[in-house]
Design a protein around this ligand. Structure first.
Ligand SMILES: Cc1ncc(COP(=O)(O)O)c(C=O)c1O
Length: 362
């Protein structure tokens, strides 16, 4: 009997998505972003599968993510978006991790390490519109004027920037960012450049440069806002039925008495809730699937349980332990739709799926 909620992750679909992106990308190399536990799906199995498929460059956010990845994959290139924080320098050097240098402080921190270790290469981040991390273009110009050997002294092997509106091809910030990065790259002849996340790969090839950094599209999230999602579905979340019963009288359902069901309705209570990342905002809005049957969620999402109306489903499919699909790209609940219902994005929907939901890899 099925007793715990599960998230089934189709690794071959992730690999197929990476291959699709690699074919589409006009530059030299397509890497993979596996930060935040591969957007909630599990960094270790995802990264292993991608490496087996030929991916050699991985991106994470933090040193601790990089160290976990290094244990699994000793030979790949690992870049760390947050860069090198105080006290982390030697871990970066010892484990051949590549910091993305985001500020003057990080640059100064890295110089002595780069001077000492031949393999201590770095990437340099130019902030062309995101306003989070990176040198502003004018700051970079001034720095290069003052220190023409800066790139050598930090062993900069990659110049990068991040698009803020890549999923929207017509957005005016895209060409502006492109122009700023092109201008910055004139200081770095011969150094490869990386601009594209998932959405960027679907922009004109002049955005592509040498190295791509897709994340969301690997995991089945649409890389473009207004176009059909070309990526293969990857994840499916199923929760077991704890109990099914037929109401003998009209009744309110769940907290606040805000849900209602009538006598004769058959309701199934399943084991997942907002503590598992099923967003509370989905209350009254979401649907699940029992096989082919679409079942509406009744009442509010609670911490550990959800109630679905299974009146229309054959009883044999709704016994204790039978699964209800909460998220299943392949089963009609695409991650972007579930996210859209609560005005969030697929990234958050996946990244929030909690530890109680057992990951199964196929
Ligand atoms: C710097 C950077 N590059 C690449 C990515 C991957 O972006 P996406 O998931 O949209 O492909 C991210 C994601 O947040 C990022 O922060």
């Amino acid at each position: 009997m099925f007793t715990t909620p599960t998230l089934t992750v189709d690794l071959s679909a992730i690999v197929a998505n990476w291959e699709q992106l690699r074919r589409r990308f006009a530059g030299d190399e397509c890497g993979a972003v596996v930060k935040a536990d591969a957007y909630g799906l599990g960094m270790a199995p995802v990264a292993r599968a991608l490496e087996n498929a030929g991916c050699h460059t991985f991106f994470v956010a933090t040193l601790s993510e990089a160290l976990s990845l290094r244990e699994i994959l000793p030979d790949v290139r690992i870049l760390v978006f947050h860069g090198v924080q105080a006290g982390e320098e030697f871990s970066f050097a010892a484990h051949r991790l590549i910091p993305v240098l985001n500020s003057r402080t990080q640059i100064d921190r890295w110089k002595p390490i780069a001077a000492e270790h031949v393999h201590a290469v770095s990437a340099l981040h130019i902030d062309t519109a995101m306003g989070r991390l990176g040198l502003q273009p004018e700051e970079f110009d001034a720095l290069m004027l003052a220190e023409p050997k800066l790139l050598e002294s930090c062993r900069v092997g990659l110049l990068m920037s991040h698009l803020s509106c890549a999923p929207t091809p017509g957005h005016p910030l895209n060409p502006m960012q492109l122009a700023l990065l092109k201008a910055a790259s004139r200081h770095a002849p011969g150094i490869p450049v990386s601009l594209c996340n998932s959405g960027g790969i679907f922009l004109d090839p002049e955005y592509h440069f040498q190295l791509a950094r897709p994340g969301c599209s690997l995991y089945g999230i649409s890389p473009q806002e207004q176009a059909e999602n070309p990526m293969r579905p990857v994840a499916s979340w199923q929760a077991p039925i704890l109990m099914t019963r037929t109401l003998t009288h009209n009744q309110t359902i769940s907290y606040g008495g805000a849900g209602a069901a009538t006598a004769g309705a058959r309701l199934a209570t399943v084991a997942s809730g907002y503590a598992d990342g099923y967003l509370r905002g989905l209350s009254h809005k979401a649907v699940g699937y029992v096989g082919e049957h679409r079942v509406p969620l009744v009442g509010r999402v609670t911490m550990d349980m959800l109630v679905f109306d299974v009146t229309e489903v054959p009883e044999s499919l709704t016994q204790e332990g039978a699964p209800i699909t909460l998220l299943g790209d392949a089963d009609g609940i695409r991650v972007d739709d579930l996210a859209g219902a609560v005005e969030t994005i697929g990234y958050e929907t996946l990244a929030r799926i909690g530890a109680r939901v057992k990951r199964i890899y196929i």
